[in-house]
Ligand binder design. Sequence first.
Ligand code: ATP
Length: 462
Amino acid sequence: MADITEPASEMTADLETMVSLAKRRGFVFQSAEIYGGFAAAYDYGPLGVEMRRNIRDLWWRNTVQERDDVVGIEAAIITNPDVWRASGHLDTFTDPLVECLECQTRHRADQLEDNTCPNCGARDRFTEEREFNLMLSTHVGPVVDESTRAYLRPETAQGMFVNFENVQTTTRKRLPFGIAQIGKSFRNEITTKQFIFRTREFEQMELEFFCRPEDSFEWHDYWKRERLRWYLGLGVRPQHLRLRDHTAEELSHYSKATADIEIHYPWGWGELEGIAHRGDYDLKQHSEHSGKRLTYFDTETNEHIVPHVVEPAVGVDRIMLTLMMDAYREETLDNGETRVLLKLAPAVAPVTVAVLPLSRNDKLQPTARAIWDRLRPHFRSQYDDAQSIGRRYRRQDEIGTPLCVTVDFETLEDEAVTIRERDSMEQIRVPIEGVVEALQERIDALRPDVPSREDVVIESSS
Ligand code: ATP
């Protein structure tokens, strides 16, 4: 079984390699590049959107559709500012900010090494720390003054809390049950150096799982295991993954316990996902500020209780970067050339099958196109006839396409095609008649193993 306690090993890809591949192949572009870009904003290209869609769909299927105890919502991004007053974001959603007295650049005080300015190298030359609120604000309606100030949500979670009563009444869910949401969030981050790891606009996938207080720590453990299993199922290498419990000093004001799923990034261990035990903090806060009772009526005891909440929360963008980095390999071939490949699991790869006619020869095109037509309803597929076949294989390897189907002159005689596997580069000949089944068989064989829930180790590595 996958052992996440194995010693960590280095990722093969550094950030620069990843940024360059992402741009060259159409995963991620600098936003508004023709105008010189925009700080920490990125646009997703044709392959990037496919991959993000796969990540979202896999999360939604796993977290909502395959379960009978979780339902989904989509809440507004710009909402009543009272929500942020009640949640504590207006007062406490801050990072400590300092300004360098030498070069006037601003930094997060808790991220400085040796109290040294990362821009000019000056040491101990900073202003006093001040708390900087990370919420981005705007004005709603035709009047621009303090009375119309509103905020872009910095997390999707509050949408679930303020809709708790609506969801409960309309779905008649019994405890334990969860409410899930995928959507954009915004934070005016102070430092954003790591590509799509930390951006000011990003997409979150969050689940608020409501349960009885006495069962809440058990559910916290349950979700740690479930979430680790999900990443192993996406093919993340166990030696790049660990679980770390927050220390008492690190815990957010609302949290009774938090564990982060961390990844061994090229710059060190970093948070991929947080799994927080939020207790009854949010429902109580909203109840107090709105004057509405946000409780659950327990028919067994005839009592109103305030459920406790376990929250697995992660960013789509961060998962995408993680999967690409983790999948990146450079191999030296027998002829001395280097082959770059992304060993992405078929479920997340932007393209599952590429159809490649050996050349643009007129005789091959109709057959190759007919095969593509046959595959499209079954797989995310791409037709590629530009450049030499060798270069097209390299391109498909680099974008993580697990399987290629090659159509050659023999195909016209024997009605068979070659399936080429990305990882082993093995080639097999299969009849066109059975190509869909043959491809599916290989895709199934490439699916990463997922340990049972009991077999997942959740001891903290801290
Ligand atoms: P960090 O410590 O990295 O700032 P956080 O602890 O503030 O993150 P949470 O509030 O727990 O993050 O958000 C849950 C998840 O949302 C994170 O684990 C991460 O995957 C994602 N996320 C948070 N902030 C950003 C961001 N600025 N850019 C991209 N993803 C983000």
